[in-house]
Design a protein around this ligand. Structure first.
Ligand SMILES: C[S@@+](CC[C@H](N)C(=O)[O-])C[C@H]1O[C@@H](n2cnc3c(N)ncnc32)[C@H](O)[C@@H]1O
Length: 278
């Protein structure tokens, strides 16, 4: 089963302790060596990103490297991440958009008409809304988010973000008119949170991850929120993990959706569902 993946190449931490290697200067190879020594699985790529983020200032670079060696997500250290071909700002404290969600975003682009109306539930940094908006510049893409830090981050990414729970902040005159509701809502079952990579557990907000006892608490609410927001024929796209696609099927039917299509990754793991409001 796979749920929310890693945000960045993990630091492997033997014995659970973060290593404290000595300061190593001497160029890209030396820097990559420090990162590799701390268990970084893509040390040269990370070294390049850190150097770019430092603006060429050796003192700043050292501060960034120390933060990364301490286990902080790379995107928080560099301030940005690449998502679906776009540079997305990621403020410290905000969920780092995952590569696995790019496919959902691209499918969202396919399903969003040129001048359509979309809502990205639980937008976090706004990565999915940004990707939709860039690909469909004549469409209107709204986003919702409950965490104030994430709202600020999404706004910094140029996303039209509405503060609040799922679709609650959607203006009344837009309800029933949306073409697409898309979302990577929190969906890790509470008991599975302990199995997430250590740096995800240590740094990323539990509010962004915890999907309740079966993982489907927010997903089920998202289905009903989408049913109240879409027009007939509109599409719902949700990232899911484990057996959540099957768990959601009856809820989708009750809420008025047609049979869901399940998205799987190359390893056969369930990654998303899409369903059309009848
Ligand atoms: C798994 S993250 C996904 C963020 C973004 N969609 C992405 O893929 O990068 C879930 C986000 O949902 C937000 N969130 C949690 N509960 C929420 C709620 N009830 N309503 C709106 N947003 C919520 C969290 O703050 C977090 O930013």
């Amino acid at each position: 089963m796979s749920y929310i993946g890693i945000a960045h190449p993990p630091l492997k931490l033997p014995g659970g302790a973060f290593p404290a290697p000595p300061v190593v200067k001497g160029g890209r190879t030396a820097l990559a060596g420090r990162l590799a020594g701390a268990g970084c699985v893509a040390p040269f790529d990370e070294a390049d990103e850190l150097v770019a983020a430092s603006g060429g200032d050796e003192g700043v670079l050292e501060q960034l490297v120390v933060r990364r060696l301490g286990g902080e997500p790379l995107a928080w250290v560099t301030g940005c991440v690449s998502f679906a071909g776009h540079r997305v700002l990621v403020h410290p404290g905000v969920y780092v958009p995952r590569r696995q969600s790019e496919r959902l975003a691209r499918r969202g682009v396919d399903l969003l008409p040129e001048t359509g109306l979309a809502l990205d539930l639980c937008t976090g940094s706004g990565a999915i809304a940004l990707a939709l908006g860039r690909a469909r510049p004549r469409a209107r893409v709204l986003a919702s988010e409950i965490d104030a830090r994430a709202c600020l981050c999404a706004a910094a990414n140029g996303v039209e973000v509405l503060a609040g729970h799922l679709a609650d902040p959607l203006p009344a005159d837009l309800r029933g008119h949306l073409d697409l509701v898309i979302g990577v809502v929190p969906y890790v079952p509470t008991a599975e949170l302990v199995f997430l990579p250590r740096d995800v557990r240590d740094y990323e907000p539990v509010l962004a991850l915890d999907g309740g006892p079966r993982g489907t608490l927010l997903l089920e609410e998202a289905v009903w929120a989408a049913a109240g927001s879409l027009h007939g024929g509109g599409w719902l796209l949700l990232e899911v993990g484990g057996d959540e696609g099957a768990l959601l099927a009856p809820v989708l039917a009750q809420a008025g959706f047609g049979p869901p299509l399940v998205h799987r990754d190359s390893e056969g793991d369930v990654r998303g569902i899409e369903a059309q409001l009848l």
